[in-house]
Design a protein around this ligand. Structure first.
Ligand SMILES: [Fe+2]
Ligand SMILES: [Fe+2]
Length: 281
């Protein structure tokens, strides 16, 4: 029976050839003399990837009136770092979207995930941040650790679901009681192993307790609040969480968002949900 986080993540299938493309892109993007054409050549190695990028560039995520037909145009419009974040998100969704679980309604799980991503993007937009893509992806991936628990520790996660039900506690608390850690810790360890960007790692690991973040509290606070908003908007659920979502006190204040603004952020999130969900599923 798996005991530690490492035991649980060691059997997750590696990202495979996609991870070598990500490495190659990462390497190119870090070099200031890299040209758009060099990045384009790497992206075109995988038709699926190139198609996905064009779909995102033409979606309501950006809301541009002009049609983007070429990878080079998409790279200029979206930005190279942002493309990396978006592709990372796509890889992970593709990696796990075929997984079925007797414990969770996976359609609801992914609705909640995309909803959280869009809410995180709306919060970032409201704050005038330039890294909207990173917030979206961190939100979209925040609960992936729960899929990993269902896949690789089914007996214990089964006990956690049962305990949450019988003891009337949140599933996250029940995970802590059974495993000694939660889906947030599992997701963080997996993304560290995959060498994902630091803000995605932190936002995933501390999305239930952003004040415990080690590197920067901001990305985790954005995802924490977005997670709650996704519950409020009833975009699926994070895999069986039935209990009222509790915001860590001081989170809205930390970002400097007055509560009167929350409604307009919620509205913006709601508008794009259907079309963005269809991009991935
Ligand atoms: Fe969570
Ligand atoms: Fe969640």
């Amino acid at each position: 029976m798996p005991q530690t986080i490492q035991d649980i993540i060691k059997d997750v299938k590696p990202l495979g050839s996609l991870s070598s493309i990500l490495d190659e892109l990462n390497h190119l993007i870090k070099n200031p003399s890299t040209t758009i054409n060099q990045v384009e050549v790497v992206l075109q190695k995988d038709t699926n990837l190139a198609m996905k990028l064009l779909k995102i560039a033409n979606s309501s995520f950006y809301g541009h009136a002009t049609r983007i037909d070429k990878i080079s145009q998409a790279l200029v419009m979206v930005g190279m770092n942002q493309v990396m974040d978006l592709l990372t998100g796509s890889f992970v969704v593709d990696h796990f979207k075929g997984v079925d679980s007797k414990f969770m309604d996976m359609n609801k799980f992914w609705q909640h995930s995309i909803g959280t991503g869009l809410a995180a993007k709306s919060i970032s937009e409201h704050l005038g941040n330039s890294d909207l893509e990173a917030s979206f992806v961190a939100g979209m991936l925040h609960d992936v650790g729960r899929i990993v628990l269902c896949m690789n520790a089914p007996d214990q996660i089964g006990q956690a679901f049962e305990k949450a039900e019988t003891a009337n506690i949140s599933l996250t608390k029940a995970e802590m009681d059974i495993f000694g850690f939660t889906h947030a810790d599992v997701g963080m360890a997996l993304f560290q192993q995959w060498k994902f960007p630091q803000n995605i790692i932190e936002a995933t690991g501390f999305h239930h307790r952003p004040s415990n973040s080690q590197f920067s509290r901001r990305p985790a606070t954005i995802v924490h609040l977005a997670d709650g908003m996704s519950h409020v908007l009833k975009f699926g659920n994070g895999g069986g969480e039935k209990y009222c979502y509790f915001y860590e006190p001081g989170s809205w204040e930390f970002l400097g968002i007055p509560t009167v603004k929350v409604e307009s952020i919620l509205e913006k999130t709601d508008q794009n949900f259907e079309s963005i969900f269809r991009l991935y599923f």
